[in-house]
Design a protein around this ligand. Sequence first.
Ligand SMILES: Nc1ncnc2c1ncn2[C@@H]1O[C@H](COP(=O)(O)OP(=O)(O)O)[C@@H](O)[C@H]1O
Ligand SMILES: [Mg+2]
Length: 361
Amino acid sequence: MQSHSPRNPDKTLPPGSTIGILGGGQLARMMAVAATRLGLNTHIYSPDANCPAALVAEKIIVGPYNDLDRVLEFSQSCDVVTYEFENVPAMTAKAAASAVPLRPGARALNVSQDRLEEKSFLRAQLDLEVAGFEDITSIHDLRRAVKRLGLPSVLKTRRFGYDGKGQVILRSEADIDGAWEALSPAPCILEAFIAFDREVSIVAARGLNGEIAAYPLTENIHRNHILHTSAAPAQNDDGSAAKIAAKILDHLDYVGVMGVEFFQMKNGQLIVNEIAPRVHNSGHWTQNAGCTDQFEQHMRAVAGWPLGDARPRQGVVMTNLIGDDVADWKTLAAQAGTHVHLYGKSEVRAGRKMGHVNRTK
Ligand SMILES: Nc1ncnc2c1ncn2[C@@H]1O[C@H](COP(=O)(O)OP(=O)(O)O)[C@@H](O)[C@H]1O
Ligand SMILES: [Mg+2]
């Protein structure tokens, strides 16, 4: 147990320390496994006692995220608290941060959990290229915004969207009413549709001392708005994506791993799509590339350790196992060069991420 006056003057949490993780899904599970390898313990806070991370962590504290007393009790059992998802409520983050350091900090949550805040931050404060966007709170706003941004365009809820949920593409004016009906009354943004050449991402970490380690550029292919494959290192990486990621990390005085998603145009121009203040699905390939994987990297960063080597020794293609894909586990396990990662979810549902495979080249 530790207060803000650190037990360790150099701020490095030694082996035996406890990292608290808000959220108990597959990302928390893989972080907990990585922490264990470093001799660190993990406590999980989740509303679900049977979540994927509960099976591998030292302790699970079950409670809703808005039970602030319970969150405080959980945080007091840890030396540092982190999270696996960007939708941690502000009050929850505040309760955790009142007991121990919260890494990454609350500012990273503020800018990444609301698409309007996120795009405004990236454009106005960092001067980065983002898709044209408009704030939408009524059908009138939407009609006006469609005139400004043109068609096609994408209507997205400001908060709680993931895997393409909470967004509708408008292809003609006839789609306007239906799109608004589908997403309202949630506050939304309308985004210009980007005719990208490819989608790429950067996963990068920033340590407590400000050092930065970026993994190489990764090329991502989505199917039904869900990430299907990530291939790394991507071809034609001129280093600009890593520079953009470093700018974001420094500006937020960030500690931990972050994922930055981009649309890349034919001429190479990078448009930032979104940022994720956590380990990222497009970084799962790092587990079998011969470098420090992103989960260990995040644990190192939040524990104040030196960052590990982010240079892969070999190329990897990661493929998500969505829904019934996971039924092939035995065939996949028999393939040479295929590394199987399963999340321990008992119920298979369409569109649910059940595991992934990393294929080395
Ligand atoms: N403005 C856009 N132009 C073109 N494609 C888009 C746009 N916004 C989203 N998409 C497509 O939908 C995917 C999911 O959208 P995204 O904004 O990343 O939401 P999330 O990943 O939170 O569901 C993107 O990776 C991209 O393939
Ligand atoms: Mg996305």
